[in-house]
Design a protein around this ligand. Structure first.
Ligand code: SF4
Length: 332
């Protein structure tokens, strides 16, 4: 889509979603707070975007980060706050604890353009759902100034489908992390018993907009919907139920990224206070293979003592394995 059309879509989305600035019901939490007046809802975010880090990220799926040595990384913006807030969140320093700096829209647009100038293959918006309005305002400015890399919407999938509808023609690549099927698990881990009731239709809407994974000549994604799932310890039955739903609902061409990188973080519930075992992951991976997913990204080798992908946002570089010749991540 050319820049003028894309900017027109952003303007229409801002018109439609604008009222949420003063009575926010952007996500299923339905807080109804006046964020422009400084009231804070569940996501603890005002009407400006908090940004914890904007960097070139080499740990995403190869179609997003690129493959060494030619891969230049995914231009990733880690936003502060979250509208889901899982008790085991590996980004808890920013999602729960609010680390980051509030940026004016102009500053955010400049950060987006800077990532493109540094060679990023795409602009990867991590946890964007609660900050859609400042993100859209910044995107409009950045597009006017020449932003042209694909826009990646990297979310926990706890979304309102009618809000996702407004992103048609703006988002190039949807990257929803589908977390839970069972309401009780979603309730005790994320305080969101309606998680799957919301995430399912939201992902269906994403797929309507971007049904095909389109790669360029270098194997990098230009468009598509890639569904992630993080396998949790002791919860293989929930993972299998999610895989069955995905296989029933979408064609086998739906790209699936099955993550094994769970490590207990922050305040995990007692039964999730241990790493995932290789056997648990292998069982879920085996089901995914037998269901016939044609594009399957996997992390089968991420179980060594030093192999983890948990960032530390206290460090200058939150991803210290970046310099290793063999970054953890297995054969994603
Ligand atoms: S985006 Fe934030 S303030 Fe708005 S409804 Fe969701 S949690 Fe509440």
């Amino acid at each position: 889509m050319d820049a003028a059309k894309s900017i027109a879509r952003i303007e229409r989305a801002l018109d439609a979603l604008g009222p949420h600035a003063s009575s926010c019901r952007l996500c299923p939490r339905d807080c109804g707070v006046d964020r422009r007046a400084g009231e804070l809802g569940y996501c603890r975010s005002p009407d400006r975007a908090g940004v914890a880090r904007a960097l070139l990220h080499f740990g995403e799926e190869p179609v997003l980060s690129g493959v060494p040595p030619r891969g230049r990384g995914s231009g990733t913006v880690f936003f502060t706050g979250c509208s889901l807030k899982c008790l085991f969140c590996q980004n808890h320093q920013i999602s729960w604890s609010g680390r980051g700096r509030f940026l004016e829209d102009e500053e955010l647009a400049a950060a987006m353009l800077d990532l493109q100038d540094r060679g990023a293959h795409n602009l990867n918006l991590v946890s964007p759902s609660h900050l859609l309005l400042p993100i859209l305002r910044a995107l409009k400015t950045a597009k006017k100034r020449g932003l042209r890399v694909p826009i990646v919407y990297n979310s926990h999938a706890y979304e309102k489908a009618e809000v996702v509808e407004r992103l048609a023609g703006i988002v190039d690549i949807y990257l929803p992390d589908l977390k839970y099927k069972e309401a009780s698990l979603a309730g005790r881990c994320s305080g969101a018993e309606d998680y799957f009731a919301r995430a399912g239709p939201a992902i269906e809407e994403m797929f309507i907009q971007q049904p095909d994974l389109v790669l360029d000549v270098d194997g990098l994604a230009r468009r598509g919907t890639i569904v992630r799932h993080l396998v949790l310890p002791g919860q293989a039955s929930d993972s299998l139920a999610l895989l069955d739903w995905l296989a029933r609902t979408f064609p086998p061409s739906l790209p699936l990224s099955l993550m094994s990188q769970y490590r207990p973080c922050f305040r995990p519930p007692p039964d999730l206070d241990r790493p995932l075992s290789p056997e648990e992951y292998a069982a879920v991976l085996s089901r995914a293979q037998s269901l016939g997913f044609e594009h399957l990204f996997a992390q089968p080798e991420l179980f060594g003592p030093g192999d983890h992908l948990n960032p530390d946002f206290d460090l200058e570089d939150p991803f210290p394995w970046k310099g290793r010749k063999d970054p953890p991540g297995g054969q994603r």
